[in-house]
Design a protein around this ligand. Structure first.
Ligand SMILES: O=P(O)(O)OC[C@H]1O[C@H](O[C@H]2O[C@H](CO)[C@@H](O)[C@H](O)[C@H]2O)[C@H](O)[C@@H](O)[C@@H]1O
Length: 362
């Protein structure tokens, strides 16, 4: 019998469970999240499912009064954006791609890729992900975007300053031979991250379903395929390894624990950095839109809240505490919102061409 992990880890484990709860699709009454492997749906009677489903729907509906749908409120939301430079920041997992059990299979659809590509033709667009940057690039496959991997600790953008992007960083060539600028505020941590990843991969081998993902400046320990009764044991292993690394921090996300350099840098700082690099920091003429589903996205929502312009949009199908002002249920709704955004811009440009002063209607 293993001993329980420390108090703060127990709190995190509870938060992780709460963050990706199973929810019921009212039309089929089947658990529609992938977390059913960790629950025991057999023990639920049909009536119980029905009641839980109704209660979950009621709770979500009530929560949406504080955090309304960005699709339903689109027109209102974009009033403030009129004539401003919209900049789009997109998280990857759970935002552009659905959450799946195997992190290597979290592909985005071709339709989603097409709409993100179109968004990027009208607005500077960045992907801000916890993933290693090359991995998220492999999924997204769009050279015209800015990428910030490892929760913002690995930023890459085109070096061609004609598009206004003047990042301080190192000029290198990307895989395709294009000139890019790299900004890696935690670059000296790379050997340490490699070491920790190796030790954790070894020590977690005994826990069935555990998976350790090297996200370059972040090491992610996946709990999604681990039986809940083994979560404590896995968390304890992580905690034990971390004891020897005082310069690293532990955080949690959707059924993951993550080890990161203990530096003051996060997705919010990456948003600030990209806005500055685009020459748009401290400007009331910019309207940043950030869409994300995870705890780590809250740092970016906070930055937008403090800026007092722009908007944070949380992707969730269950009520969550958030600093975002709007919400979208899932990646399908994200796609719908991005379509609206493109249509809004096209109408605005058509209006300018035709000399119309009226607001575009969606
Ligand atoms: O910032 P993000 O782009 O949202 O990345 C956060 C983590 O996303 C991935 O994990 C999450 O998605 C997986 C695939 O759907 C899922 O299996 C896992 O439970 C989720 O936490 C990614 O694998 C992590 O490395 C990222 O840190």
């Amino acid at each position: 019998m293993h001993k329980q992990p420390g108090g703060h880890l127990l709190t995190w484990l509870d938060a992780m469970k709460a963050q990706s709860p199973p929810h019921f699709n009212s039309s089929t009454l089947h658990a529609s999240d992938h977390d059913h492997t960790l629950e025991s749906p057999q023990s639920c009677t049909y009536d119980m499912q029905l009641r839980e489903s109704a209660a979950a729907t009621a709770a979500y509906t009530a929560w949406k009064k504080q955090c309304p749908s960005a699709v339903r409120m689109f027109k209102k939301l974009m009033v403030e954006a009129k004539a401003k430079q919209v900049v789009v920041f997109l998280d990857y997992d759970g935002t552009l791609s659905p959450i799946v059990d195997d992190p290597d299979q979290a592909h985005m659809s071709d339709d989603m890729r097409a709409i993100v590509k179109e968004v990027a033709t009208y607005f500077p667009t960045a992907i801000i992900s916890g993933r290693a940057r090359p991995k998220v690039y492999e999924f997204v496959q769009l050279a015209e975007l800015y990428y910030a991997g490892s929760h913002g600790m690995d930023i890459m953008g085109p070096a061609d300053a004609t598009n206004g992007f003047k990042a301080k960083g190192t000029r290198v060539k990307d895989k395709m031979g294009n000139d890019v600028v790299l900004f890696q505020p935690a670059s000296e941590y790379l050997p340490l991250m490699d070491e920790v990843c190796k030790i954790l991969s070894e020590s977690s081998k005994g826990v069935r379903g555990a998976r350790v993902e090297h996200n370059r400046f972040c090491v992610t320990i996946h709990f999604r395929r681990v039986k809940e009764e083994s979560w404590g044991a896995l968390a304890e292993k992580v905690e034990n390894v971390l004891k020897d690394y005082p310069t690293l921090n532990l955080t949690h996300g959707r059924k993951v624990l993550e080890i990161r350099p203990a530096i003051a840098w996060d997705k919010g700082k990456a948003v600030d950095f990209l806005l500055s690099s685009l020459g748009l920091a401290d400007s009331s003429e910019v309207f940043p839109v950030y869409i994300g589903d995870d705890r780590t996205d809250e740092d970016a929502f906070k930055v937008l809240k403090d800026l007092k312009h722009g908007c944070g949009i949380l992707v969730t199908s269950v009520p969550k505490e958030t600093k975002a002002s709007f919400s979208l249920r899932d990646p399908h709704e994200v796609m719908e919102f991005l379509l609206y955004l493109v249509r809004w811009k096209k109408q605005e440009l058509d209006g300018v061409k035709n000399g119309s002063k009226t607001s575009p209607c969606i």
